[in-house]
Write a protein that binds this ligand. Structure first.
Ligand SMILES: Nc1nc2c(c(=O)[nH]1)N(C=O)[C@@H](CNc1ccc(C(=O)N[C@@H](CCC(=O)O)C(=O)O)cc1)CN2
Ligand SMILES: Nc1ncnc2c1ncn2[C@@H]1O[C@H](COP(=O)(O)OP(=O)(O)OP(=O)(O)O)[C@@H](O)[C@H]1O
Length: 188
């Protein structure tokens, strides 16, 4: 299937999961996330979930990290829809968030982080067995991750599809992807 078909399919499938199932899937994702090796990670970037789109609950990952790896600096993105670029800001807690375009929660902070990032938790609608992903189609993460050495970790309620038929040279592959049932490791 191509990106556009996969986007549509994933959005429909997500809408159909009932809330109690979502809760369980999120618990499974956190359980797997917490098994990653964070010993070499100093700076971790993570998206904030768009509740209306039933994205994986990354707040639970942030809380877990704050409790178990308090030295890790956590960054969250702010998206500029005019440029399709993101800026990155240190996580300062729930009180420092506001709802922006398309119900995306974003930090209020104006202070932009420009240093190195060791690990990026990447949002997606679908991914394939090679680690290519499909997002909402604006290319935010492809631009952000172009040339980055960070470990790229996808989070998905669904398993990999066989192939994204219209992958292009600008698409950035994941290094691994966590689903409720397993972790996929890609040879990147
Ligand atoms: N939680 C989260 N934050 C993220 C992303 C993401 O996938 N998840 N993004 C990942 O890149 C960027 C935002 N990308 C987005 C792009 C479109 C829409 C959206 O709601 N679009 C509308 C209308 C589309 C249109 O009219 O063209 C929609 O789909 O209804 C949302 C986020 C940056 N932040
Ligand atoms: N590094 C880049 N520089 C310039 N344009 C890019 C880059 N990466 C992607 N694009 C463009 O962005 C558009 C959207 O790309 P694509 O459909 O792969 O988005 P996506 O991965 O679904 O979205 P997102 O990354 O926001 O989750 C395409 O027109 C693509 O050519």
């Amino acid at each position: 299937m191509n990106k556009s078909e996969l986007r549509k399919q994933a959005m429909t499938e997500r809408r159909l999961i009932d809330p109690s199932a979502i809760k369980r899937l999120n618990e499974q994702l956190l359980q797997r996330f917490s098994k990653l090796d964070f010993s070499a990670i100093s700076v971790l970037h993570i998206f904030l979930p768009i509740a209306e789109k039933a994205e994986p609950d990354t707040f639970q990952c942030i809380n877990w990290l704050k409790n178990h790896h308090p030295h890790i600096k956590i960054l969250v993105p702010k998206a500029d829809f005019r440029t399709a670029l993101m800026t990155h800001h240190e996580w300062r807690g729930m009180d420092y968030l506001e709802k922006s375009t398309f119900n995306i929660l974003e930090p209020r902070s104006e202070e932009v982080y420009k240093g190195l990032i060791d690990l990026v938790v990447v949002p997606l609608l679908a991914f394939d067995k090679c680690g290519y992903r499909v997002g909402y189609g604006k290319g935010f993460y492809d631009r952000f991750l172009e040339g980055s050495d960070a470990l790229k970790v996808g989070l998905s309620f669904f398993e990999a599809v066989d192939e994204i038929s219209d992958v292009d040279a600008l698409d950035v592959r994941l290094d691994l992807c966590i689903t409720p049932d397993k972790i996929y490791y890609f040879n990147t």
